[in-house]
Design a protein around this ligand. Sequence first.
Ligand code: FES
Length: 108
Amino acid sequence: MTQVLNEQHIYVAQLRELSVGIGKKLTIAGLELALFRQDNDEVLAVENRCPHKGGVLSDGIVSGEHVFCPMHDWKIDLRKGEAVAPDVGCVKTYDVSIIDDGVYLLMD
Ligand code: FES
């Protein structure tokens, strides 16, 4: 269910629907995103396409604030969106707000 809190915050999930260590894929307005719940219940959101060759990051192995792409094992920093050196490239990141257990994405 997609619900708009205001013109920029879009409701995407309940926090309890997300599991620490497992990415969740979702599509908003034609954009495929990946959500990653952290130990402290913060949620990090990135574009769901690896900057290398488009691997699906939500299917990757999660390690805290990083995910390992399932295609060729690049390590992506979920907070910055950047591939960890020696690899290079970047995915778009999205700001997330948690309001009353609802997860909202800030879209620009
Ligand atoms: S597509 Fe992600 S590492 Fe190659």
